[in-house]
Design a protein around this ligand. Sequence first.
Ligand code: C2E
Ligand code: MG
Ligand code: MG
Ligand code: MG
Length: 284
Amino acid sequence: RAKELGRNNLQVFTEEMADKAHEKLLKQAELRQAIARDEFLLHFQPQVNLETGRVFAAEALLRWRHPERGMISPGDFIPLAEETGLIVPIGDWVLRAACRQCKAWHDDGLPLLIVSVNVSARQFRERNWAAHVAAVLAEIGLDPRFLELELTESLIMQDVPGALATMHELEAIGVHLAIDDFGTGYSSLSALKRFPVRRLKIDRSFVEDIPADVDDKAITAAIISLAQNLGLRVIAEGVETQAQVDFLRHSGCDEIQGYFFSRPLASADFEALLRQPAMTADAP
Ligand code: C2E
Ligand code: MG
Ligand code: MG
Ligand code: MG
């Protein structure tokens, strides 16, 4: 009886595994075709200056509109895209689409916002990537100072000398850099001093339990003062409540991004926001 049960369990187990593997292959094939089928789109989330209350930048966030499964979040396909290397062409699509949208808003006479783009390690490590970014900007006609690239600590720490070289090339082009999800990686503070970055983005995990969690408050305040002392700007991610805004403002945080102000928006909705003169300001 036990033996029989064991065998049945094993059967279920392997079937399940086969299903999973099959599903992954299917997803991979679909992902491969998604660019050609025009299934990707960007949403834009406002970044707000705490002092002026105005939007100065938009983070481009990738979405996959799947013909059967509907809207898919990046957390559900970016890992597979990274694993297969598909993140390189997908990331390139994002870079171009984000720059093109930003340029179109500028050309429409809307406030001169910055567009912020997430970069994956595979993409960043492509040969001559900085030159490629410069070529894309030139082709689209967007001034490099309106592009910010978000790098993670782990991307940088995988190969500090290599990352530093590419970061300096990007800096020379005039593109700005930010460290995303700051505090979750393990970038050494001494290395941080050498990175040519303009902005630290405090990870949402530290912000979400403010004001209840005293440790998270201490960490957040420490990151803000670290940024101030290094002459960097600092933005808090995932800000959802007035109490969080109050704490961040009191602690000297420069900027916020999160549902408190706005969820990521479809481009038409973001544009409607841009058309409200009191809401936005030219990027500093
Ligand atoms: P991220 O770059 O840290 O982006 C912030 C994520 O937090 C976004 O999730 C955003 O929708 C979400 N978020 C913003 N405000 C709030 C808030 O107040 N509360 C909560 N609970 N969440 C908030 P999303 O769009 O699902 O993206 C997840 C991650 O996927 C991003 O994290 C980024 O690492 C990655 N990603 C998104 N687009 C791209 C892309 O074009 N390329 C690459 N390589 N990665 C991307
Ligand atoms: Mg980001
Ligand atoms: Mg983040
Ligand atoms: Mg926590």
